[in-house]
Ligand binder design. Structure first.
Ligand SMILES: [Zn+2]
Length: 64
């Protein structure tokens, strides 16, 4: 999820709502925002994925 805001000059800023990082500022078009947001590698999400993987590994280990 991203929070987009528009500047007085019409350009956009976008902020990731997972890690609260400003992903981009002063972007000219919404199309460009889409591309930038897709490229954002979110540390919060990456951590969640790692923790999820760890849980799976542990549950597999417990079964064996
Ligand atoms: Zn993020």
């Amino acid at each position: 999820m991203y929070s987009r805001t528009q500047n007085d000059n019409g350009s956009y800023n976008t902020r990731c709502l997972d890690c609260f990082m400003t992903v981009a500022s002063c972007v000219e078009t919404e199309k460009e925002l889409d591309l930038i947001e897709v490229r954002h590698i979110c540390p919060e999400k990456a951590l969640a994925v790692l923790l999820e993987r760890e849980k799976v590994i542990q549950s597999q280990a417990a079964r064996n």
